[in-house]
Design a protein around this ligand. Sequence first.
Ligand code: WT7
Length: 664
Amino acid sequence: MSVSPAHHAHAHHLPTYQPPADFVGRAAVSGMAAYQALCQQAAEDYEGFWAGQARRLLSWHKPFSQVLDASHAPFYQWFADGTLNASFNCLDRQVERGLGDKTALIFEADDGVVTRITYAQLLAKTCQIANAMKSLGISKGDRVVIYIAMSIDGIAAMQACARIGAVHSVVFGGFSAQSLRDRIHDTGAKLVITADHQLRGGKQLPLKDIVDEALALGGCEAVTQVLVVRRSGAPVPMTDGRDRWLAELADSQPTVCEPEWVGAEHPLFLLYTSGSTGKPKGVQHSTGGYLLHAVLTSQWVFDLKDDDVFWCTADIGWITGHTYIAYGPLALGATQLVFEGVPTYPDAGRFWQNIARHRVSVFYTAPTAIRSLIKAAETDPAVDPSHYDLSSLRLLGSVGEPINPAAWQWYYDHIGGGRCPIVDTFWQTETGGHLITPLPGATPMVPGSCTLPLPGIEAAVVDEQGHEVPWGQDGLLVVKKPWPAMIRTIWGDPERFKKSYYPDSLGGRLYLAGDGAVRDPQTGYFTITGRTDDVLNVSGHRMGTMEIESALVSCSELVAEAAVVARPDDTTGEAICAFVVLKHARPAGDEAKRIAKILRDHVAREIGPIAKPKDIRFGDNLPKTRSGKIMRRLLRAIARGEAVTQDISTLENPAILDQLAENH
Ligand code: WT7
């Protein structure tokens, strides 16, 4: 692949990388002309385009006759009178195609022990768990919370829910008891599936204990059963009549279970994500439209072929692990690596070692991991990727946050060996799957740009009134037409759904992503400029500033007031910076350090370790307008260590700026 010197279209004059010649012609979408033809088809007959994909890629029990129903916009429905089952599409279908003996999942444990499971075995296991849940009275529409680490059992549990029409809500194993309780409460789940422990980086961390604690916090009375996967084998308390070992119940169940055929709009899952207010939102996804996009993008963007080994390093607790581990690749019959551990154990060469060991061909990870492994290789040459055989790789992907051009270049040169296209995939929990991304056999790549929307996705950049801005100008990223995998609603809060994603200020018909974007003046390529709301992104983990502020303020014996902003960080993308006013005098020196630690631990307990502020600064007050509004833009400047050059004429208490700037 070569850098074409003729191509200097990007605003920052970065080089353009052409898709490698051996991709063009072999890829699912070959060449820009093919991409443009698909876009054209979607533009001319939008519903026909999506209906065609839905018939091509999914097995329907009852075919749909209606494609898009916009009569309750923005509560759009897709393929609503069709019926299907997601687990049938992921598992039975592969067995029927003769792929029963093909490896579905290669599980590499934290300690390096490898377990393989074929499609036929995964189907049998899924059916046993489904039957076990049925024996507990779980049925269609019931919510099941899954609080478990990366595991074959976790994926099978998700598939088992889909099989019986139960709605899963996976909670990332790093969330605290309080966060878990809030999610269990909001879903009204009847059943929790968990494990005794999780093993990460050589450490044994609790899961079951945290479930016990969450249930004891109250508000989870709908939960009557807890199923526990044995992972560590170490003892955990079991509550009689409520808790059971999953294996004891499931292993004796029949290995067949008739799928529950559900309407395409039946909720497949709820997944909680952060918004601008304190309370995380339960993003509700559909069965048909969601699964279509998962399988379509696994084919178009990851180009998954029969002999590929796909590795997505995300956790099943996040949307990436749903769409690109638990559903999309399985629905295509791909082989995947599932990794329990962390990138730095036993050393920071683990990712490269895993790729070499399992001959991974398509690798999908987050910029934050890339940046931290660049650093690790600089400090410890023994874990430099050049020591590993990465020749099996043919395609690389990036997700979760903007990838800075330097990290892109390193990934391209040192991991991809200059051979592998990089798909920088922009999307969100709410979008269900990729929205804006290169196609590996078609799109010329520019480091740091997610390039162009997928065919059938009408993305645009608009001003505050919803009018499209010229290319080259910053604005709000929107999607002009509904698409099959889009969020259906926020569980239990349709008003918040409307306000968050289809605000009246934009006319009520544009999906508002919450990100800023700019298009290249020549190519129209999109570059994401970051969130425009009070959401921050630390190591690819999405959190609300208000959520962290509420956690700080809930430490009511100490904290009077708190404001949280993000500042750029070389490794984690953004870092959390908290400004805190205590109930007693502003601490200094060791006392400030001691209290900062108490507050960090408090946030970890309230939300989880991922939400711990990196910087905590104490002030006698916060910068406020005369009407009492906290001036966050000033805090952002202070957090970055910048001099405040903005207009401060509306500021009530200008002296506070110097105090906050000096003290940290
Ligand atoms: C937010 C969504 C997408 C699955 C994982 C995160 C940011 C995501 C990119 C990218 C620039 C990106 C956005 C987005 N983001 N991918 N390729 N380039 N920014 O899902 O937790 O819902 O977060 O992540 O800010 O809004 P999420």
